[in-house]
Design a protein around this ligand. Structure first.
Ligand code: ASP
Ligand code: MG
Length: 424
């Protein structure tokens, strides 16, 4: 017997037939004698519709400003999950399963006060555990909790992954199964490289990098949480026949296991290639090379909530002037340029140059910690294809390379094959 938290995303609960299909997945695990709790998202498209209503209401009401109250935003957008949790409970009851729906406040999933982007602070799992012991399936509305102000708080878009991992940690589940519309995590985006392979296992740290780099399988925070609490997390498809052979395998269900690196016996040097589009580069030329200059640049940018990613600084030739290049999302360039020009006097630079529409491709793998030459292989392969590299940053388990947008797909395929990822 295992204790399993099963999470179903928006496309998996998009209509009543699919909710029935989800109920069959749950029934399979219950019939096998496992203790089960379920977390659901809203029907796909529902949260977008609700957010749109929230944003439109002030205009319709003739308000001078588009401002709306974040507490009311949460009251409205959390409703999508309330509906699917109730519907799934009914579908399960129809299959003869003892099931009950729970809203975030009823568990209670306690969050901080950051309405719209709240963080979970505490979950008391004892009641869910007690009900599991009695054979009841708790169907929990994802994406929501209750803040210190006693009001509903939502966890940020995509937050039901985080709800599921947090509940799995709170009930000490053996597994957290994230059912979605893809059947696992791939070596790269299969839409770009059809030879991409599904990974059997990915280490938490690698998944964190892939998720932050735009592999949108899981909310980044859910991976952070899984890593901290060592929650073994499976990414798997809800669209497969719930009763197909192997679907109920306790140790190796079909999909990708995200786990501690110690569980990965045969670690490849490189696990995957990720990319992030719409990056922009900003360069400050002839910058004063003195203590405090980085703080003078990046302090004001961070106060304006501009997310700076790669930072490259040259060592000056004469000890007085240098260049600094960094990247921001393309959508933030104009804002960033304004902040820089407002602070030009304090920072002390000559000119600023910027370029939008760049792409960051990244090679990820914890195996590169103990292997030399991984970066050189990437540089050689890109050079052979005539792809120019604009900037490079590395960490222990990642090499990120900034290139011109039109080369993105070629670069992804080139890197994917130069590490042999397309060979099974
Ligand atoms: N329904 C929410 C959203 O669309 C939460 C989720 O799907 O994880 O962001
Ligand atoms: Mg989602």
């Amino acid at each position: 017997m295992a204790r399993i938290v099963m999470k179903f995303g928006g496309t998996s609960v998009a209509n009543l037939e699919r909710i029935h299909n989800v109920a069959r997945h749950v029934k399979r695990e219950v019939d096998a004698g496992h203790e089960v709790a379920v977390v659901v998202s809203a029907m796909s498209g529902k949260t977008n519709e609700l957010v749109d209503w929230v944003q439109t209401m002030p205009k319709v009401a003739g308000a001078a400003s588009p401002f709306y109250d974040a507490r009311e935003y949460d009251a409205i957008v959390a409703s999508g999950e309330q509906v699917t949790s109730g519907l799934l409970a009914i579908a399960l009851q129809s299959l003869g399963i003892n099931a009950r729906s729970w809203q975030g406040w009823q568990i209670a999933i306690k969050t901080d006060n950051a309405h719209g982007a709240a963080r979970i602070q505490d979950i008391d799992g004892s009641d869910i555990i007690r009900r599991m012991g009695e054979g009841q399936v708790a169907v929990v509305a994802g994406f929501q909790g209750i803040g210190p102000d006693n009001r509903i708080a939502t966890l940020g878009r995509g937050g039901s992954d985080t709800s599921a991992v947090a509940i799995a940690a709170a009930v000490k589940a053996d597994r957290c199964d994230i059912y979605t519309d893809v059947d696992g995590v791939y070596t790269t985006d299969p839409r770009i490289e059809p030879k991409a392979r599904r990974l059997k296992k990915v280490a938490f740290e690698e998944m964190l990098e892939m998720a932050s780099l735009g592999a949108k399988v899981l909310q980044v925070r859910s991976v952070e949480l899984a890593m901290v609490h060592k929650v073994r997390t499976f990414v798997r498809s809800s669209f497969e026949d719930p009763d197909a052979p192997g679907m109920g395998d306790v140790l190796n269900p079909p999909g990708t296991l995200i786990c501690d690196e110690e569980e990965i016996v045969e670690q490849e040097v490189v696990t995957g290639i990720a990319y992030a589009k719409d990056e922009a580069q900003i360069s400050l030329r002839r910058l004063a090379d003195r203590p405090g200059v980085s703080a003078a640049i990046f302090g004001p940018l961070s106060e304006s909530h501009i997310n700076v990613d790669m930072i490259v600084q040259n060592i000056s030739e004469d000890g007085s002037k240098t260049d600094m290049t960094f990247t921001v999302p393309s959508g933030d360039v104009d804002k960033a340029l304004k902040v820089l020009s407002d602070n030009q006097g304090k920072i002390g630079f000559d000119v600023v140059q910027s370029e939008k529409g760049l792409v960051k491709v990244s090679v990820i793998g914890i195996g590169m910690r103990s292997h030399a030459g991984v970066a050189a292989t990437a540089f050689r392969a890109l050079a052979d294809k005539g792809i120019n590299i604009k900037a490079i940053t590395t960490s222990e388990i990642k090499i990120s390379i900034l290139i011109d947008g039109p080369y993105a797909e070629l670069a992804v395929r080139t890197l994917h094959s130069c590490y042999g990822l397309d060979k099974a």
